[in-house]
Design a protein around this ligand. Structure first.
Ligand code: PLP
Length: 275
């Protein structure tokens, strides 16, 4: 297995991560997960835009340009002879003596790897169960930070309680799921949390909003209160890896008739056409 390590592509066993890499010690870094369909990176520009925006927010200068990174990732995909899969990349603030202060002259460390993965069609058809979990993450959820402990704790809580995923709730409103944006259909209208510090601005969400606007489907980008739970007709999750996943029950209560809803299936079809 080959790894992109800064500007070289090497065998995994030759990569050395220093114990004082700030990503390793502090989670001081960013990541992206990009889908590869038919050997091509899906929505690369949008992923790079988000990486650039997040880098600005954490005051990190990316050590590569949009095109340089694309060339290196394409080379990695070619060497790994991969057609369907995921590309995971992360960039940390690099190696420096352990200190909470940002280093004066950081030398960011980039790593990327590719993994074979096929579209999870069964999951997309059958959906997931979910439960409500208190959103206890920080107030920069728009940053695709390596520090995912809050998300991991919420997923673990859901799984310990016997569910597949966690629907996060902050101050009485749904935000997102443990690793996806969250959508509802209420009274025939689609709802998803507006972008801002409480949710990740998902690339799949962005693509879906384009489809929704193009097809003039009713949508509101606003937070849904937990008090609207009984009115929910459909619920689904979106992320780059799994695309659109129906949520068929919440806290053990069926959503609709417990099958993926009509709008969910329509959007799954339309998203597939974009791929
Ligand atoms: C917390 C969270 N929200 C939303 C998403 C969806 O983002 P994207 O569609 O860019 O994969 C992710 C993906 O990892 C996530 O971790």
């Amino acid at each position: 297995m080959h790894i992109l390590w800064n500007n070289q592509i090497v065998e995994r066993s030759t990569v050395k991560i220093d114990i004082e890499d700030r990503g390793y010690q502090f989670g001081d870094g960013l990541y992206e997960a990009i889908r590869l369909y038919n050997g091509k990176l899906f929505m690369y520009n949008e992923h790079f835009d988000r990486l650039e925006r997040c880098a600005k927010k954490i005051r990190l200068d990316l050590p590569f340009s949009r095109l340089e990174l694309l060339r290196r990732l394409r080379k990695l995909v070619e060497i790994e002879k991969l057609s369907e899969g995921d590309v995971y990349l992360q960039v940390t603030r690099g190696i420096a003596p352990r200190n909470h202060l940002f280093p004066a002259k950081p030398q960011p460390v980039l790593t990327a790897n590719v993994t074979p993965f096929s579209r999870p069609v069964t999951l997309q058809q059958q959906g997931k169960t979910a439960c409500l979990v208190k959103d206890q993450r920080w107030l920069h959820c728009d940053i695709k930070s390596l520090s995912l402990l809050g998300n991991l704790l919420s997923l673990d809580e859901a799984v310990q309680r016997g569910f597949d995923d966690a629907l996060l709730v902050r101050d009485g409103y749904f935000t997102e799921a443990s690793a996806s944006n969250l959508w509802f259909v209420i009274n025939g209208c689609l709802y998803t949390h507006q972008d801002g510090p409480l949710v990740l601005p998902g690339i799949t969400k962005l693509q879906l909003l384009r489809i929704i606007h193009q097809d003039q489907l009713p949508v509101k980008e606003m937070a849904v209160p937990v008090s609207a739970l009984n009115q929910i007709e459909e619920c689904f999750l979106t992320n780059s890896i799994e695309e659109i996943i129906p949520v068929i029950s919440i806290d053990g209560k069926l959503v609709g008739n417990g099958q993926p809803g009509k709008l969910t299936k329509l959007l799954q079809q339309k998203y597939l056409e974009q791929i």
